[in-house]
Design a protein around this ligand. Sequence first.
Ligand code: ARG
Length: 461
Amino acid sequence: MSNRMWGGRFAEGPDAIMEEINASIDYDRKLYRQDIEGSKAHVRMLAERNIVSGEDADKIAAGLDKVRAEIEADTFTFSRALEDIHMNVESRLAELIGPAAGRLHTARSRNDQVATDFRLWVRDTVDTLDGQLTELMLALATRAEQHAGDIMPGFTHLQSAQPVTFGHHLMAYVEMFARDRSRMRDARVRMNECPLGAAALAGTSFPIDRHMTAAALGFDRPSANSLDAVSDRDFAIEALAAASIAAMHLSRLAEEIVIWCSAQFGFVKLSDKFSTGSSIMPQKKNPDAAELVRAKTGRIYGGLTGLLVMMKGLPLTYSKDMQEDKEQAFDALSNLSLALAAMTGMVRDLTPDTKRMKKAAGSGYATATDLADWLVRVLGLPFREAHHVTGRIVALAVERGIELHKVPLADMQAVEPRITDEIFSVLSVDKSVRSRVSYGGTAPANVRKQARRWLNALKRE
Ligand code: ARG
């Protein structure tokens, strides 16, 4: 049998393989809510403009509500022969209300319909991600305030560099996720134009009101060019780009958690709720949630590159290639959402071992810069010379296998005679972090202020 929706000119139905490659219902059923909302807005507008009767419009709207209820009650039978969510919904509508259902598709095509549905879904998802990023920022800033003064090593090249505080480290991620959130919000602003009414590609001869449908669906305005409206997917690509950057940030934090959880570091313990054991090694507690957050990044980037590559060679306007946009975007954005939830849970529950962190911060000559700064401040040495003098003292410590503050004063004076025992006061990690009072620096008072500023701002939203 040929397709009921478009089979007028067809004598034969499709090959089974054709049906399989053509059908998108297995994944685009996710758009049912958006599809029904879009259709209701469309039919109300058609009635308002006297393109369909008020009576038919009422019937159609009520029928669409019924279809939605069936889908939500899991009593709806999806059919692959009907290809996609749009034709599944419309076909059921016809079964429920009869011939009036055929009037719904007046002045509309699946091309503007799918562009609208997908935009609505991406917009909803971006709003959800925005809220989840906010939750994660709150969790991080809350922990940062608690640990504003707890010292840990700061790293470059994963080598001990200078002492910082755990709170400062967590607040670095708050700044990153804040930018991710603003990228989501920017993407939303640009995506919020309504393609509905562009019809197949050229617009329509019916006297439709595109401003009315745009407003009904919460869009800022109808899209200005009908060809652009049905053929671009940059709104999804932009959301995926923002998602990819957020995933990259999540992955770095996840990687740090994996490192911090190792017995060798032992900086944090994850709660049992966010760890797993090994079926052979009874002692194991593995940071699987963090590893999976790190891994999700791959498929999120995959979604972005998948869409970019799929779109790059398509002449205007719609080509069926574009049906492949949804599955990848659904997967990428849903997995980002899951990764955000998992990270927020881990951050809320983790227990830092502040003693161990502080001990590690004091090793590895992490206060060498403080020593050099003292030589500049107190003895007036140029920084380059102070750096050299400090390097020689560090070499002495390395040679003897002792920490910097254990090098005897006489040995330091052999390198630079003007050094006094005042030097030892800057070699402690506490002094070091407390001295970093420059704007954005790691001094605990700074960190506390930053954490409170963010907490207040986020709670006020
Ligand atoms: N299922 C299609 C998609 O997802 C809907 C649009 C089909 N339009 C068409 N002219 N075949 O892109």
